[in-house]
Design a protein around this ligand. Structure first.
Ligand code: ADP
Length: 177
């Protein structure tokens, strides 16, 4: 675990499985159907149970860059915020869309009066976003959002692999991304 110099102990980096976290909301790196998939999406649906899929089905999808909220069912987290990251193309649109995922997830969290939220590395698996680039966008967007949504007291970035965890840790420790 490490903390952010710029925002005190609000931003935090951890290694592990996001489905185990007892926070107000975990964020799912979903696809636009919201009907489940592989990676973190599959792990969240397995841990939450079939009720989550039923609620997702009733939402009817989500465009890239936007976010939708459901209950957490059997997860320790109360809510799941589903956001759809961009498939990495190497064009300028990627960064803006990825940033909107973080922004819109935090906006929903604030609207629901949630104070703790955990993010996976959105788009950094099957969607191919380079982790070093995505990490900077994630941290930068969250830092800015904290000024807008002061009731959010904890943002945890959860990384699955040693390598991704180390990249996030050094980005936060450096204070600059
Ligand atoms: P995307 O389609 O947005 O790229 P993926 O689920 O393929 O989403 O990958 C996003 C990131 O989530 C990857 O870095 C992957 O290693 C990570 N990941 C996969 N399972 C988990 C989990 N249970 N907890 C936290 N992170 C996870």
């Amino acid at each position: 675990m490490s903390v952010d110099k710029a925002t005190g102990d609000i931003l935090e980096v951890r290694q592990g499985d996001i489905t185990r976290l007892e926070v107000d909301a975990i964020v799912n790196a979903a696809n636009s159907s919201l009907l489940g998939g592989g990676g973190v999406d599959g792990a969240i649906h397995r841990a939450a149970g079939k009720e989550l899929l039923a609620e997702c089905r009733s939402i009817g999808g989500c465009p890239v860059g936007e976010a939708r909220i459901t209950r957490g069912y059997h997860l320790p987290a109360r809510y799941v915020i589903h956001t759809v990251g961009p498939v990495y193309t190497g064009t300028v649109q990627d960064a803006a869309l990825l940033s909107r995922c973080y922004e819109n997830s935090l906006k929903l969290a604030a609207q629901y009066h949630l104070s703790s939220i955990a993010f996976p590395a959105i788009s950094c698996g099957a969607y191919g976003y380079p982790i070093e680039k995505a990490c900077g966008i994630a941290i930068d967007t969250c830092r800015k959002a904290l000024d807008v949504w002061p009731d959010i007291h904890k943002i945890i970035f959860v990384l699955f692999s040693d390598k991704d965890h180390a990249i996030y840790q050094s980005a936060l420790a450096g204070g600059i991304v």
